[in-house]
Write a protein that binds this ligand. Structure first.
Ligand SMILES: Nc1ncnc2c1ncn2[C@@H]1O[C@H](COP(=O)(O)OP(=O)(O)OP(=O)(O)O)[C@@H](O)[C@H]1O
Length: 224
């Protein structure tokens, strides 16, 4: 469960989130809204990458302000830009690096890495230099490297921006099927239609919170 209580956030003088009060228990949560409306800042609050200037965020009872490291172990975060999170030279090494905390025997780690690469269609690229992957393949790798850690919650900030139709569908299907609670920030309105709940951000506040189809209609009305 994610609890956002009395949250405001400002960068310097500029207030970008305004009095958010939310309890998120649903499995699939979509977040939509105009550029600059505060979606990414909101997403970053959920794993303590951003600490609110007012109010608090708790994940499974842990406060992001005081328990950031534990929160980040529970909340996997997928950035829009995969280069921000790919850290190892080859594709398989990058996925294996995410598993290091589990101190698995080498064959077990190799098996889990191979299974995950196959699920993401990256099995043919295991030994390729990660920086030579296409933008879309990098995005798949970034998501794969987060999911292999089996977080309890997955926060994805526009994870399909660089993907072609086939890979965007692959990711959408995957996000729909994973057992984790998923918070998906996206400009792809079709991608939120299967959500249990959709938040529409407008100028740092929640303009609508509810059913996906009604949320998309609301956003379209706001956009004019
Ligand atoms: N680190 C930062 N320092 C200063 N201002 C920031 C910072 N990060 C975001 N902002 C500002 O906060 C506001 C909200 O940005 P945010 O990235 O949360 O919006 P968004 O809804 O995710 O936008 P987009 O759809 O374009 O990704 C913007 O005006 C942005 O310029």
């Amino acid at each position: 469960m994610i609890e956002v209580q009395g949250v405001c956030h400002a960068f310097g003088e500029r207030r970008v989130l305004d009095h958010l009060d939310l309890t998120l228990t649903e499995r699939r949560i979509g977040v939509i809204g105009a550029n600059g409306s505060g979606k990414s800042t909101f997403a970053r609050l959920l794993n303590g990458l951003v600490i609110p200037t007012e109010g608090r965020v708790r994940v499974g009872g842990l406060d992001t302000r005081t328990d950031g490291a534990r929160v980040r172990r529970r909340v996997g975060f997928v950035f829009t830009d995969p280069d921000a999170q790919i850290v190892m030279p080859t594709v398989a090494e990058d996925v294996a690096f995410s598993l290091r905390r589990r101190r698995l025997a080498k064959p077990d780690a190799a098996r889990i890495v191979a299974e995950h690469l196959a699920a993401f269609g990256l099995d043919g690229h295991a030994d390729h230099p990660a920086h030579l992957l296409s933008g879309g393949q990098k995005q798949l790798l970034a998501l794969c490297s987060v999911l292999v850690t089996a977080p309890e919650i997955l926060v994805c900030d526009e994870p399909t921006t660089l993907l072609d139709l086939r890979n965007a569908r692959r990711i959408a299907d995957l996000l729909a099927s994973v057992p984790q609670q998923v918070v998906l920030v996206t400009h792809d309105l079709d991608a939120v239609l299967g959500s249990d709940r959709v938040l529409v951000f407008h100028e740092g506040a929640i303009a609508f919170d509810g059913e996906p189809a009604a949320a998309v209609d609301h956003y379209r009305t706001l956009a004019g």
